[in-house]
Design a protein around this ligand. Sequence first.
Ligand code: UDP
Length: 556
Amino acid sequence: MNLSSSALEILKARYLRPNETPEDMFRRVAKAVSLAELYYSSPSIAEEWEEKFYKVMVNLEFLPNSPTLMNAGTELGQLAACFVLPVEDSIEGIFDTVSLMAKIQKTGGGTGFSFSNLRPKGDKVKSTNGVASGPVSFMRVFDCVTDSIKQGGKRRGANMGVLSVYHPDIEEFITCKRDKRSFLNFNISVACSDEFFEKVERDENLDLINPRDGKVWRKVKAKDLLRLIAESAWDCGDPGILYIDEINRHNPTPSLGRIEATNPCGEVPLLPYEECNLGSINLSRVIKDGKVDWEKLSYLVEVGIRFLDNVIDVNVYPDWRIEKMAKGNRKIGLGIMGWAEFLIRLGIPYDSERALLMAEKVMSFINKKAFETSVKLARERGSFPNVDKSIYRGKPIRNATRTSIAPTGTISMIAGTTPSIEPLFAVAYEKKVLDNKKVVYVEPLFMEYAKNLSEAEIEKILEEGTVKNIDNLPEEVRRIFVTALEIPPEWHIKMQAAFQKYVDNAVSKTINLPEDITVEEIEKIFIMGFKEKLKGITVFRQGSKQGVIEFGVKKK
Ligand code: UDP
């Protein structure tokens, strides 16, 4: 196999079993996932699919999320990356969920929670005659448990904490990461309704409501809350926003409940006890003779959807309630990685109308093919059991959702391509990998241009991370190697929105911001995300926290 040295290092550290080669790993995964075929057809069909699954993985054309690579065909057997668990307003309920969270994180799954049902700080506790400590204090318990689990777990546990913008403790929540020491295992997001943005626009007050009795606790200016969210995001990257009404307009099973939370990186809005397993197509491998290979893309979608549907059947579930939801709705999330590499290979700059059009073309193609494959699977295997409680009532379809764009943080490194739909971060940079080890990285796609540059010019690129000041390079080359921080925030949002139009679940994306951006500009970005019909938004201002990637290399 043609794996990069960093890919091999990652695989050896966490993914490979004792004495296993990468090929063995893909064989183990292909075999385990193909066993689901036996529920529906014959051993020879299962063998055929095993071969197909193996080929697309070993060619690095499609990879499932990390837990599948790590755990398929092993004793743990837990294959999903994304979970949402309920947090009830009772001590028993909270600690039941903490324990389930620990169990999930041990296997490499990420967990999301809405804390919106917890009564606010200072509210009464009838059974003890005491006062409640509020959502943020309970979140600390979750955070501490994650800290302990990550020592022995498969990878760093990740959480998403969500609080409704109507919750009386909302200010404490918004600012809970400002000290940059607390809640390091949490991404946090405020669930903002349409009404909230309307009130911001009209400069009106918002009622903060005690979820325990539905009574108004106090009022606050909507504008002040948006300002506080933007200030905190400016300062430490958190919170993000969930556009919660937009999420629920696309909830495929509204009669089963309202969606209140997502998984840690935001790409999958889920009901309590739901989970989702993800897989991503490596778009950089879908180009032939400088053109998009649509036939290959179509094939990869078909294989990817079948693979992910099979995962639901062979998965070992951490809890019966999760199994019931997973098998009832059969949600899966097929997405992409290598988008920036794909654009570079086609000679299209990321921040261009052409790139937006291409995003819509590629993602609508994938979404349509994913839908068709799910219908075909329903004809072979039956629709998802809750189909008649869903928006697809009366129609055959195997999966309540089919598509999702994950960050592909690790699997894109294994595949040797750019992550998810993100632009290049830098043409050269340092990246912290496992346990804070640093690796110097020069964008391989740039190598052929680098050959013709002087030593001084190469130094300059290493220092600045970008090629925009290298006069010796043709303008079109400088354009296609555009990096995240040179791309205006609006273009990051437009790209996310272009993909979101054709994704059933959500799109994980970081809106990278320059260090000198203002709080007012961040407010505008959050409002733009609402108008562009995103499901969620996360910003990251350069220098606001220790990033995973830092440049330029020379300064270190
Ligand atoms: N995730 C997690 N811990 C991590 C990274 C990811 O729990 O350290 C979960 C989380 O739910 C995230 C999802 O896995 O949203 C997908 O992340 P990504 O695509 O980066 O994972 P990969 O499959 O590349 O490891």
